[in-house]
Design a protein around this ligand. Structure first.
Ligand code: FE2
Length: 289
């Protein structure tokens, strides 16, 4: 940027020198012009040269800067998408099913976020960009499971207390991974930063009894409050080695029971208005269970 400014000023200086030399030559050829008129002509001709030149240089410079910014923004977004794809691939490897859970998760959170926006709740956060980001990063909510041993992750039975304690570390581990990635890849939209919030807080509960921090109510990031319900619904309606899949109706009753306990009551209201869409998504993407 500094070298561009120097070029601009050099161009203007050269133009002034050339223009002034031509004006002096004119006065030398016509010596009869009175000094006052010479000054007026001098200022007029110089203005005629310098103002259009500055205007032209300015517009050229603005265009060049805009193009450079656009190109660098595209490069950054491309790099960010690549980073996101890699992280999602990593999360999919440790997904306890076949990746369909990750697909359903992002669809569920988008349905909930759009309904909340329609209802007029949390509008200071819930804009279109936020919903796009939520959709993109939802599959990263359990990325911290890369730090959980296979023997626990794939155990075909309920976990013991110590195993459960280890499983719970996935929230903090996920946040650590994503916070580290955030420094390198985040642009203005805060993609990875949102992913880190979801990974860290998707097991927090509205009444403060969740983990890892025991956050309560609105202290839990909105993205995580939405993810929490989506994740729970998916877990309830999915089959596990230690339990049969619950029906959609049973899952609805459980979500209602957990309103104000595990879940943000407003997010539950949004879910109840969208429950048929949840069922549809669940039916469409449940090939794994
Ligand atoms: Fe989780």
């Amino acid at each position: 940027m500094k070298s561009i400014k120097i070029k601009v000023w050099l161009t203007i200086s050269c133009a002034i020198v050339v223009a002034e030399s031509l004006i002096m030559l004119l006065f030398w050829l016509i010596p009869s012009i009175p000094p006052l008129i010479q000054t007026v002509i001098d200022v007029f001709l110089l203005t005629l040269v310098v103002v259009p030149l500055m205007y032209w240089l300015d517009s050229v410079q603005i265009n060049k800067t805009a193009q450079a910014l656009h190109a660098s923004n595209q490069l950054l977004l491309g790099t960010q998408d690549q980073a996101l794809s890699l992280l999602i691939a990593l999360a999919a490897v440790r997904d306890d099913q076949t990746g369909q859970h990750l697909v359903r998760s992002r669809l569920f959170v988008r349905v909930l976020a759009e309904r909340l926006k329609q209802m007029g709740h949390y509008l200071d956060e819930l804009n279109d960009d936020f919903i796009k980001v939520l959709y993109k990063v939802a599959p990263l909510h359990d990325i911290g499971k890369v730090g959980v041993p296979d023997s626990i992750l794939n155990k075909p039975a309920r976990l013991e207390v110590d195993e459960w304690a280890l499983m719970m570390t996935h929230a903090a581990t996920g946040a650590s991974i994503l916070n580290a990635a955030k420094e390198s890849f985040d642009a203005d939209h805060g993609l990875i930063a949102t992913a880190a919030k979801i990974a860290e807080s998707h097991h927090e509960k509205w009444n403060g009894s969740g983990y890892p921090k025991g956050l309560k109510g609105l202290d839990i990031p909105l993205a995580a409050r939405i993810m929490s319900l989506a994740d729970m619904y998916d877990a309830l309606t999915g089959e596990r080695p230690y339990k049969a899949a619950w029906t959609h109706e049973q899952a609805i009753q459980e979500v209602i029971r957990m309103k104000g306990i595990a879940f943000d009551p407003i997010v539950v209201e949004a879910f109840l208005l969208e429950e048929s869409n949840f069922k549809q998504i669940s039916d469409d993407f449940r090939a794994d269970s």
